[in-house]
Each structure stands twice: as C-alpha cells, then as structure tokens.
Ligand binder design. Structure first.
Ligand code: ATP
Length: 237
C-alpha cells in the first residue's frame, strides 16, 4: 500500500527562485504525502526542473521553504542533503560509462556506511537485470539499464525522498514502464518519490498524486484522474 493518507513528507511553501534577475518560480506551494509517487507535470519552461534544483540544493531559492520530514533544505549543498535522505538522479544519469556495473556500485560504497555486499544486494534485488550485466561496461548498456544503475546509486543512501527528472528521456515505452514499476515498488516500501515527466499518461497511470505547473506556479493539483483534463488544458494553452 502506498501511504497516501499519511502526513506530508515534503512541504513546499512560497518558493521563489531566479536565474540572475529573472524570476522563474513565483511562489510554489505543494504538499507531498509520505510514501507516495507524486507527478509534477506542465509545459516546457514551466519551472519543473528548477523546482527540483531547489529541492536538491542545487539552486538557493530567493524566498520560501522546502521542508523534508522536518528538515529545512535552505542553503544546504546537494552533497549534504544526501545524508538528510534527499537524493536526486542527476541529468545524464551520473554513472561512469568506462567502469563496469560492479565498479560503479563499488564507487558508491566509498565514504558511505554501506558495504559492497549491501550495495549489490539492494541494486540487484530492485533490478535483477543489473546482476546479469554486472561485468559489463556501464556505457555499453542500454539506456534503460543505465537508468537502473543510476537509480541504484540513490538506493545506496536509503533516501526518504527521491527526485526523478524525466527518467524516460530517450527510452522506449516498454523500458519506461519497467523502470517505473520499480519506482512504484520503492514507494510501496516507504520512499517518497517526486517525478517530473513529459509522458503525461504514463505519469498519471503511476502516480498517487499529481500537480501541474504553469509559468512558475502550481496551477492545479489533485488525484491523477482529476489532473488528466487539467493537464490537457495546460499543455494546449
Ligand atoms: P522542460 O519541461 O522544458 O524541461 P521545465 O518546466 O523543467 O521545462 P525549467 O527548466 O525549470 O522548466 O525552466 C524554467 C524557466 O527557467 C525557463 O524559462 C528556462 O528557460 C529558464 N531557465 C532554466 N534553466 C536556466 C538557466 N540555467 N539559466 C537561465 N534560465 C534558465
């Protein structure tokens, strides 16, 4: 069961953010329930990736608060947020293409408390395909398998909140469906997932809640069923 009725794990209040002198988030408010998959939708340039940047410590907001289980993100740099249970899958997947799957996994044990055995166990349980490919160079795997490896990196730190920005980029629909099935399983086990996704139907089929951003604000939020028409209107506008 996903924890759709539990208290918010993440509360975003009045977030404003700018690039130089141009403000692109004009006061974003969202409450994301613990253990849910929350889809953030909206047309190009609405500010979805910028909100993820704020939440993952890569952009300091000019106003407002992001609270994750009582911890205020504020000016905490991205590396330190990982210790607070906030993990973003970086653009470009953040894996080392010239290392094997196992070598990539081994890298993530450095500086952390998890042993190689634990890291492998977590990665292979969530994505059995990675076990089959463990000796293969990461850069020679399919896009979907590379994305599995990237998500495994997040699993190492046992995050409370996983931020996914367009996981489906460049992947075939079947691969996307398989990846998101694993994401759903993570949420079932208590992780809160916020995903930005271009494929609206895929996102709404998977999510417990959704919000639509337009011009740097949340225009609508509710159940996936409620958001289906609202999304269409927002994209057409
Ligand atoms: P998309 O779906 O196209 O990725 P998005 O909703 O994620 O769009 P953002 O990438 O957050 O939107 O962009 C919001 C606005 O901020 C856009 O007008 C964009 O041009 C601008 N922007 C994004 N990144 C930067 C940057 N590094 N410097 C200046 N402006 C930026």
């Amino acid at each position: 069961m996903t924890g759709t009725t539990s208290a918010p794990s993440v509360t975003i209040s009045g977030i404003r953010a700018s690039y130089g002198r141009i403000e692109v988030l004009h006061g974003v408010d969202l409450a994301i329930p613990s253990g849910s998959v929350f889809a953030l939708l909206g047309p190009n340039g609405a500010g979805k990736s910028t909100l993820l940047k704020v939440m993952s410590g890569r952009l300091v907001p000019t106003a407002g608060v992001v609270d994750v289980d009582g911890f205020v993100v504020g000016k905490t740099p991205a590396e330190k947020l990982v210790k607070r249970g906030i993990c973003a899958i970086p653009e470009g997947r953040g894996i080392f293409p010239n290392l094997t799957v196992r070598e990539n996994l081994r890298l993530w044990t450095y500086g952390g408390k998890a042993s190689m055995a634990e890291v492998e166990e977590k990665a292979y349980t969530t994505f059995p395909r990675l076990k089959e490919r463990r000796k293969q160079l990461a850069g020679l795997m399919s896009g979907g398998e590379q994305q599995m490896l990237a998500i495994s990196r997040a699993l190492v730190t046992d995050p409370k909140l996983l931020l996914l920005d367009e996981l489906s980029m460049g992947l075939a629909p079947l691969v996307v469906a398989e990846l998101y099935e694993s994401v759903k399983e993570l949420a079932r086990n208590g992780m809160t997932v916020l995903m930005v996704e271009q494929f609206v139907t895929t996102a709404l089929a998977l999510a417990d809640h959704a919000a639509i951003m337009v011009h740097g604000r949340v225009a609508n939020q509710g159940t996936p069923q409620e958001m289906a028409d609202a999304a269409l209107t927002a994209y057409l506008a």
